[in-house]
Ligand binder design. Structure first.
Ligand SMILES: NC(=O)c1ccc[n+]([C@@H]2O[C@H](COP(=O)([O-])OP(=O)(O)OC[C@H]3O[C@@H](n4cnc5c(N)ncnc54)[C@H](O)[C@@H]3O)[C@@H](O)[C@H]2O)c1
Length: 354
């Protein structure tokens, strides 16, 4: 196959590049390092691009901007892709309020540019779009909850496995990020349903892994590990630190993409996260990371919650697992955290040696 990965220097994009390269496919990556524009030096992804160039055999990269329609059209005219894994994005809920136009251009316009180029040049290709659980806005907060010692949880037995794809996406507070991703999510579904193209939409919970250029505004677990190991102060925003996230390793995300690509269901939408087993609250994550690193995190509590933040979000994985029964979560939360701690320590040693 010829695979196009957008956002190829990011967390999910780089995992996809490595995976499909290992499988013997030809992989073309597009990433203009815009993460460093959104988040400054800590968001710079060039280290990851360098790593991919060394690690991969059939990887070509271009620093194209997905907003640049003529450049994207030219790329698609010159290559015939079989699979498009679209991961490039402005990925932060909070950052979007400072850059609403840029956020919308990258997330919504960039996505339709890629979908239309696919339709014009390789309409039989499989197109996977990485969407987000923020398309549900704060509707998941309407689920009855109980407050426990270290976390909030769903109060009713029928909600135990988390939020499924029937949750409504309108009449809710999304953040501008959630709205630009919802626009892209709907357009992607439409290319699947209206044009019968092989488009799949994955609504991510917290996607994690060692290759994140994590910053305070994006990459929750990875950033928490970074601050615990390198020092600095961490702020927990609202809900007494009992807000819950489910976390999925980038490898399991890419395995889901691979399963969909092998047997695509046009226009289908799936929630994709770590599920209940990989869920953790802020307080629990801090305690676990302190235990793993034998270090104390310097953190403080800010009463005001992030606007539109989820109180307890667990992805219900039943729909994807029913359609793709070979797929399962392979990385436990502990394994994810241990790998992150090791990666952060290795990075510190590397920096110290330079
Ligand atoms: N990480 C998460 O917790 C999470 C959760 C839900 C959904 N998602 C979605 O998954 C996808 C991948 O997320 P990630 O965590 O790998 O993000 P990331 O920021 O690590 O990777 C995105 C990459 O896209 C690149 N990029 C941004 N704008 C670009 C542009 N205009 N042209 C070309 N490249 C551009 C960035 O430089 C970056 O390397 C995104 O769509 C994100 O919204 C992520």
């Amino acid at each position: 196959m010829k695979v196009l990965v957008t956002g190829s220097s990011g967390l999910i994009g780089s995992e996809a590049v490595e995976h499909f390269d290992r499988q013997g496919h030809e992989v073309f990556g597009v990433d203009n390092n815009m993460r460093s524009v959104f988040f400054g030096a800590a968001g710079d992804t060039l280290w990851n691009l360098k790593r991919l160039k060394n690690a991969c055999k059939r990887f070509t990269h271009a620093a194209l901007d997905i907003r640049d329609r003529p450049a994207i059209d030219e790329l698609f005219a010159s290559q015939r892709f079989d699979l498009i894994v679209h991961c490039a994005a402005q990925p932060s809920h909070d950052k979007a309020r400072d850059i609403p136009l840029l956020d919308f251009e990258v997330n919504a316009l960039g996505t339709v540019n890629l979908l239309e180029a696919t339709r014009q040049h390789c309409r039989d290709a499989v197109f996977v779009f990485l969407s987000t659980n923020k398309v549900y806005g704060d509707a998941p907060n309407e689920i009855p909850m109980t407050e426990m010692e270290t976390r909030y949880d769903y109060a009713r037995a029928e909600d135990y496995n988390g939020v499924d794809e029937t949750c409504r996406i309108d009449r809710t507070l999304h953040s501008l990020f959630g709205a630009s991703k919802a626009a892209a999510d709907l357009v992607a579904q439409e290319y699947g349903r209206y044009f019968s193209m092989k488009v799949g939409v994955f609504r991510g919970g917290c996607l994690t892994g060692p290759s994140h250029s994590s910053v305070e505004l994006h990459g929750f677990l990875s950033y928490l590990v970074k601050v615990t190991l390198t020092g600095g102060r961490y702020t927990v925003y609202g809900y007494k630190g009992k807000q819950v996230r489910d976390n999925i390793h980038s490898r399991d995300v890419v395995r889901a993409i691979e399963e969909f690509a092998a047997n695509p269901r046009p226009g289908e939408v799936y929630n994709l996260g770590g599920g209940r087993a990989n869920s953790i609250s802020m307080l629990e994550a801090i305690a676990r990371i302190e235990q793993l690193t034998s270090r104390k995190l310097d953190w403080h509590y800010a009463e005001e919650a992030r606007k539109g933040d989820h109180i307890c979000y667990i992805s219900n994985l039943r729909k994807f697992q029913t359609d793709y029964p070979k797929w399962k979560i392979t990385r436990s939360l502990d394994a994810i955290l241990e790998e992150m701690v090791a990666a952060q320590r290795a990075q510190q040693l590397h920096s110290a040696a330079r």
